[in-house]
Design a protein around this ligand. Structure first.
Ligand code: NAP
Length: 283
């Protein structure tokens, strides 16, 4: 392996120390940053995610509340809960864990969150702020990717970045963040013709697809930086990304592992956003 690893666990630990310090400073001014995590239903993966988020909050000195409702909760009742959390001065960030049960309109629920508490960055107001370069909350996963690039001192100006995936929570906001820092950005998706011809031109590749081996060594320019957002299971049931790690790490200059790469950064940026929401509320 010749590529340098970008270690998401180490970077997260560093950033979480800073969060804990800032949270402690805010507490001395009478504000404890608070995150409400709302889970509806019994999706096992969601239950693990919310538990990890709540645990990370507690470790960082943030107050967190987990509200867990049965899958039979009505959309109106969920909207009423979101409204109550919007009014709650002790709560600075609200996260509604997705996916929601099929009888609920997830976008409607997200739009009910006060944009000042939208620490997931999924509200259209947050998306619009990112689009026009105004302050707002950036979605945690691409924000974590940006922090990883910052940690290796990567200057995006004039670089060609290829983002594979165009979801509202990863691919699109990732492309906008890279554009904001003066990269030239190509966004690819399932209908992209000849993905390899595009990735071979890239100085930076972000893979956010959800399929194993979407990016292999023959698709990567020597020295490129590769960030792997994907979370998949291999034949042995182990967590793996979208990138053929063994092959690509022979070609890339820097690469993120899965696990231990982008994953821990996502939760860390949730803490950062929650802290920022509390700091803004405290003035
Ligand atoms: P998503 O909504 O399913 O979007 C996947 C994107 O990949 C779509 O834009 C799709 O194109 C594109 N795509 C599918 N097959 C492709 C192919 N063969 N070539 C090129 N593009 C292709 O997924 P997501 O929510 O963005 O998540 C992507 C991955 O990241 C998943 O594995 C997810 O679990 C993971 N994830 C990880 C974290 C973390 O913290 N590490 C956080 C969020 C997500 P179309 O638009 O044309 O369908």
């Amino acid at each position: 392996m010749s590529a340098q690893l970008i270690d998401g666990n180490a970077l997260s630990a560093h950033l979480r120390t800073d969060v804990a310090k800032r949270a402690a400073a805010l507490k001395t001014r009478g504000t404890t940053p608070g995150l409400a995590v709302v889970l509806v239903g019994e999706n096992p993966a969601s239950q693990v995610y919310v538990r990890n988020k709540v645990k990370a909050c507690e470790a960082g000195g943030l107050h967190s509340v987990l509200e867990h409702y049965p899958a039979t909760l009505s959309e109106a009742d969920l909207l009423a809960r979101v409204d109550a959390l919007n009014q709650d001065a002790g709560i600075h960030g609200i996260l509604v864990q997705l996916p929601l049960p099929a009888h609920m309109d997830a976008q409607k629920v997200i739009e009910a969150i006060d944009p000042a508490k939208d620490v997931d960055g999924f509200h259209v107001a947050s998306a619009g702020a990112l689009m026009v370069g105004q302050p707002g909350f950036w979605p945690c996963t691409p924000y974590g990717c940006m922090k990883m690039l910052e940690s290796i001192g990567y200057d995006l100006r004039g670089k060609h970045a290829v983002v594979i995936g165009r979801s509202n929570i990863v691919g699109k906001p990732m492309a906008l963040m890279l554009l904001q820092l003066d990269a030239t950005v190509t966004v690819c998706h399932s209908r992209t013709a000849n993905l390899k011809a595009l990735t071979l031109q890239a100085d930076l590749i972000v893979a956010a697809v959800g399929k194993r081996n979407v990016l292999t060594a023959d698709m990567v320019k020597p020295g490129a930086v590769v960030l792997d957002v994907g979370m998949n299971r291999n034949d042995e049931g182990k967590l793996c990304g979208d990138v053929d790690f063994a092959g690509v790490s022979e070609v890339a200059s820097h690469i993120t592992p899965v696990p231990g790469g982008v994953g821990p950064m996502t939760i860390t940026m949730l803490l950062v956003n929650t802290l920022e929401a509390a700091e803004r509320a405290a003035g």
